[in-house]
Write a protein that binds this ligand. Structure first.
Ligand code: TYC
Length: 102
């Protein structure tokens, strides 16, 4: 029997097969106040970068104004943005973190 519930499950399955989730770049923005060491810490802690990669990304943001921390499905990108901004504010830093569709 094709129940309404079964039908919705089928539609959901079909949508999953047809289109992979949209991906989002998580972006750090430069400012004049957040310490370089804090930005490196954020990249290591929330984006699993080693010291070398974290330093490279931090310096790119410092010199060019913005840089990509990683690319994630929408809900994961959004959670990381929230976590980074909350942590920065707790430490009194104005660091801005945002996301954009990849
Ligand atoms: N520009 C900051 C400084 O000179 C360092 C910095 C780098 C801040 C990257 C934010 O996303 C950022 N202390």
């Amino acid at each position: 029997m094709v129940t309404q519930q079964g039908n919705e499950a089928l539609l959901e399955e079909e949508a999953t097969v047809l289109k992979p989730p949209s991906m989002y770049r998580v972006i750090l923005l430069n400012d004049d106040f957040t310490p370089m060491d804090f930005v490196i810490f954020v990249l290591q802690e929330y984006f699993h970068k080693d010291t070398e990669a974290a330093t490279r990304i931090m310096l790119k943001v410092h010199r060019e104004g913005k840089g990509v921390c990683g690319v994630f499905p929408k809900d994961i990108a959004s959670t990381k943005v929230e976590q980074v901004v909350r942590h920065a504010r707790q430490e009194g830093h104005p660091l801005q973190c945002t996301m954009e569709e990849a």
